[in-house]
Write a protein that binds this ligand. Structure first.
Ligand SMILES: Cc1ncc(COP(=O)(O)O)c(C=O)c1O
Length: 358
């Protein structure tokens, strides 16, 4: 079967036998199983070609490809939900297509056109719709990835690329408030670097700090700015929000912070609900001070996998900031529930953020 979408036909080869029968969709840890199919497209001779859906399986790559040698690889993350009437909902997928373009451009790579990204995505989630957990039990995580298959070991922009999308079901990323530790030894991003895009190397470079955090009993790292180590940037792979004296603060997008789709959505929802949201530099010393004065009432992270996740405590040097119990937090809880209602189709979408696939 071949579906003609945009100008590039997408060939579909289905698995002979789905692997879904042994999977309990109401209880799947993050990244523990893979859906049946993968979308693939290739870039060569200055054109995108050979778009197809095929069974999820190992790739054949030359050992010399520059994705392996030099990290020429960028990715995305988004989710699909299922509704009571069986429709599929995608949340702001165009934002991910555009962010992939920006990520690719920063690594001198050519991203698939927005139309190909979206066509492949729609076709794949439709093909694997059986893998989307039932309403209110989770979502299908969607991982687009673009990497170099250029076999040259010379350090140069890639002439050949592969674009993949694969998916997996999951229920919750964090189930309890997250305890984090501020890291002053390592930085996630620096001015002029790649912190504001989803380059694979960013995540590799963050792993050691994460390992230290876990060894010390914390689940994640709170990152500070590279120059002064004074200002909060992100928390693990989430954007971060503080509620101080009734106002909401989140670090401004200064070029070292990933512009999260969830961050953007949460800011909009909070403002529309009447909250003051300040996008500015947030000094960790001010967070400590607010805690000491009793005016720091909430801290939460936002991201596709985490949606809105409460931060339970923040360790900074000798200070342990223990945030109020979740039952006393109103801002993060309310915006989370509003966002989830939009994403799952429980609330009408006044923003034009949700794309419905029947
Ligand atoms: C470093 C980092 N910050 C923030 C986010 C949140 O972005 P989004 O809301 O688009 O998922 C992510 C990932 O998803 C991330 O990797």
């Amino acid at each position: 079967m071949a579906t003609r979408l945009d100008l590039l036909p997408i060939g579909v080869t289905r698995v002979a036998q789905s692997r879904i029968s042994g999977v309990d969709l109401s209880n799947v840890p993050f990244s523990s199983v893979w859906s049946d199919h993968v979308f693939v497209a290739e870039y060569r001779n200055n054109a995108w070609t050979n778009a197809r859906i095929q069974p999820f399986a190992e790739l054949a790559l030359l050992p010399s490809v520059s994705a392996l040698q030099y990290g020429l690889s960028v990715f995305e993350g988004l989710k699909a939900h299922k509704t009571n009437d069986g429709s599929l909902l995608l949340f702001r997928p165009t934002e991910n297509a555009r962010r992939l373009q920006r990520s690719a451009a920063r690594l001198a790579m050519t991203a698939p056109p927005e139309s190909l990204f979206l066509a492949g995505l729609r076709e794949l989630v439709t093909t694997d719709r059986a893998w989307i957990p039932p309403v209110d039990q989770g979502a299908l995580y969607i991982r687009p990835v673009l990497f170099s298959t250029d076999p040259s070991v010379g350090v140069k922009p890639a002439d050949r690329l592969q674009f993949l999308i694969f998916t997996f079901p999951f229920n919750a990323y964090y189930t309890a408030p997250v305890n984090v530790i501020v890291n002053e030894n390592y930085v996630r991003a620096f001015p002029g670097g790649t912190g504001d895009i989803k380059a694979c190397g960013n995540y590799a470079a963050a792993l050691l700090a994460d390992q230290h955090a876990r060894a010390a009993g914390y689940q994640s790292t709170m990152w500070l700015d590279a120059k002064e180590r004074r200002f909060v940037e992100e928390c693990g792979v989430m954007n971060v929000f503080f509620v101080i004296a009734g106002e909401v603060y989140t670090p401004a997008l200064t070029g070292t912070i990933l512009p999260g789709v969830t961050r953007d959505s949460v800011i909009r929802l909070l403002r529309d609900a009447g909250h003051v949201v300040r996008e500015e530099r947030v000094a960790i010393a001010d967070v400590v001070r607010a805690h000491q004065h009793g005016s720091l009432t909430e801290c939460f992270g936002t991201g596709t996998a985490a949606t809105v996740s409460h931060i339970g405590s923040i360790r900074y040097r000798d200070t342990l900031i223990e945030l109020p119990p979740v039952e006393r937090r109103t801002v993060g809880a309310a915006v989370r529930s509003q966002l989830v209602s939009l994403m799952t189709g429980a609330n009408a979408d006044a923003y034009g953020w949700v794309e419905r696939i029947r």
